[in-house]
Design a protein. Structure first.
Length: 134
């Protein structure tokens, strides 16, 4: 996605997360946005991914959920100081794993370690049900 195509509320929420993790003075680079009515109220909420990988710079990759003004960071990594490492990856998949018409987000993460996590939506917020680390 081009940054100009991303809603400013998403960029602002992601930038606040960077500042809270000591990555300051830059706007978040939001690369993907998915719209879905996660809570069944008829309004779309946004799931978004922000990432930037720079040689000798501040690096981050995280997944967030924005509903109105409520932003929740679900998974990811922020590195305010450069350390030599492999690039980070996050891949979300929205699904109904339980078959009960309730959304879950399955996330593959490669950061300090590789894992699969499942997040369950409850009253407009997500909580991590479990994580498999390998």
């Amino acid at each position: 996605k081009e940054q100009g195509d991303v809603d400013s509320a998403i960029i602002d929420a992601a930038t606040k997360h960077l500042a809270a993790n000591n990555i300051r003075d830059q706007k978040a680079n939001v690369t993907d946005v998915w719209n879905c009515d996660f809570d069944g109220d008829g309004k779309c909420e946004q799931l978004f991914k922000a990432e930037e990988w720079k040689e000798n710079g501040e690096n981050y990759c995280f997944l967030g959920y924005l509903a109105g003004e409520n932003c929740q960071i679900l998974s990811g990594c922020c590195y305010p100081e450069y350390k030599e490492r492999e690039p980070m990856d996050l891949y979300p998949m929205v699904c109904d794993l339980s078959g009960k018409k309730q959304w879950q987000i399955l996330v593959y993460k490669r950061c300090e370690y590789e894992s699969f996590s499942v997040f369950q939506s409850e009253s407009g917020n997500f909580s991590k049900n479990y994580e498999i680390i390998y």
